[in-house]
Write a protein that binds this ligand. Structure first.
Ligand code: PLP
Length: 446
């Protein structure tokens, strides 16, 4: 039995299996007792419909969404070559077929934040425009590019706290709709992300401290302004619901390639986790749609394992990685969060199979392997999910999980899904340097 706390405190990698995990039918009754109403399947479908209403606007405002008729979606990619390339580093095979969900290549924001972030902003825009009588539900929503609508929306502002990608997503979509936007950024935000945001017309406010502080300051400033909508990454159900829509589309993508998912053909999903909103919304919808046929794991950096700390201690957002002496400094800027979302921790308690941590060194190594074997350029955060199957097969708690859930003889038929959360907007010279770092690494095992 590993002691999770000892591993966390010493920056060692760990795999925590969630003792509160329940069969899906029992999990739902636990969730129903929470003081928050989480979206039903039909509410997630409503969110999907809202995004589709905006398709004519997306198509007109963002060139790169033309090919998909204004639907913001990412490809599902087989990563067979990567699956082979890791054998050298683990001295064995991974059973099952391994896929990547390439949110790294989502239009508009080049990261998973193009889901939740875009969704919350368009929902607010729709509400404001409907209330002003400037649109109706049956209009073509390219009307959002017309002068009267834009002029009205420009009276409002959007505010958000971010380590980088959420700000990029919210900043970009808000400006396209005519909103003013204030992005409160933590010290770990990458300079190129700050520059890109400013170029796109957002007001960026920088803090010397970490992400939680940036959120807090953003919330305070927004509270003073009745025309400001604050996007609360730690508590927002709209963000959560926007992320959940991904799974409706994923289900279609699996069906299209004839990939069977059921209890005899299980799905294992590995989701990089920062504050928890994105992986939380997706994990929740995965369970809603696939029930006990899906097993969900979160992935965090060893320097910022906030969700593992919060869930394993049962303290959720009442504990931060700084409280156990960790520095919250990681190359995975999208995951550099010290305190997890309370909203997500509690709903994940009966649903999540487990959480593992991964070192920055391995993130670089996998970044290189992914670029080399699959020609896919991902940012470091996005690689956290790309070690999941290895943890499951080659780490004792993972293997025990498979054994305890009678999964060992089903692994030949299983689907592994690593959620690649960002990468497409990384400037070429930075991507090259990151790939070189992974290539030159001395690391011989994964
Ligand atoms: C934000 C982000 C995540 C995690 O999402 P959270 O909602 O913060 O948990 C993962 N990867 C990347 C690249 C991100 O930007």
């Amino acid at each position: 039995m590993i002691n999770v706390m000892d591993h966390l405190k010493s920056y060692n990698e760990a795999l925590w299996i969630n003792p509160n995990f329940k069969p899906f039918s029992e999990a739902t009754s636990v969730i129903d007792k929470l003081p928050v109403h989480f979206p039903t399947l039909s509410e997630i479908e409503d969110a999907d419909a809202r995004l589709r209403r905006f398709a004519p606007f997306f198509e007109a405002a963002f060139e790169e969404t033309k090919a998909s008729n204004g639907i913001i979606e990412s490809p599902l990619v087989s990563i067979e070559n990567y699956q082979k390339s890791v054998i050298t580093f683990i001295g064995g095979r991974i059973l099952g077929d391994w896929f990547l969900k390439a949110d790294s290549h989502l239009p508009i924001a080049g990261s998973i934040k193009a889901r939740g972030g875009v969704y919350e902003v368009i929902k607010f825009a729709e509400k404001v425009a409907l209330e002003a009588g400037l649109i109706t539900l049956s209009d073509s929503y390219d009307k959002f590019l017309s002068e009267p609508v834009k002029a009205h929306l420009s009276k409002y502002s959007i505010a958000v706290g971010s380590t980088g990608n959420l700000g990029l997503s919210i900043g970009t979509i808000s400006r396209a709709l005519g909103f003013k936007v204030n992005v409160h950024m933590s010290h770990d935000a990458k300079p190129w992300k700050i520059q890109m945001l400013r170029d796109r017309g957002a007001n960026v406010i920088l803090y010397d401290s970490d992400y939680s502080k940036a959120v807090e300051e953003g919330r305070k400033m927004a509270d003073l302004d009745p025309y400001c909508h604050f996007i609360d990454d730690e508590n927002s159900l709209d963000l959560f619901t926007g992320y959940a829509v991904a799974v409706l589309r994923l289900k279609e993508q699996f069906a299209k390639i004839g990939r069977l998912i059921d209890e005899d053909h299980p799905l294992f999903a590995y989701l990089p986790c920062g504050v928890g909103g994105a992986p939380g919304g997706i994990a929740y919808a995965l369970k809603l749609i696939y029930g006990d046929a899906v097993h969900v794991f979160f992935a965090e950096p060893t320097h910022a394992p906030c969700m593992m700390l919060g869930m394993s201690t049962g303290k959720y957002d009442a504990i931060s990685v700084n409280d156990i002496g960790l520095d919250n400094k990681t190359i995975a800027d999208g995951l550099a969060v010290g305190r997890p979302s309370k909203l997500v921790g509690r709903v994940m308690s009966p649903l999540l199979s487990g959480i593992y941590t991964v070192s920055d060194e391995k993130l670089y190594r996998m970044l290189y392997l992914m670029a080399e074997s699959q020609k896919l350029s991902l940012e470091p955060s996005a690689l956290a999910g790309a070690i999941g199957p290895i943890k499951l097969f080659y780490d004792t708690p993972g293997f025990n999980y498979l054994k305890d859930h009678n999964l060992l003889d089903k692994m030949e038929n299983c689907t592994h899904l690593s959620w690649a959360t960002g990468g497409n907007l990384v400037p070429e010279e930075i991507m090259k340097a990151d790939i070189a770092k992974g290539q030159n690494s001395d690391l011989m095992t994964l």
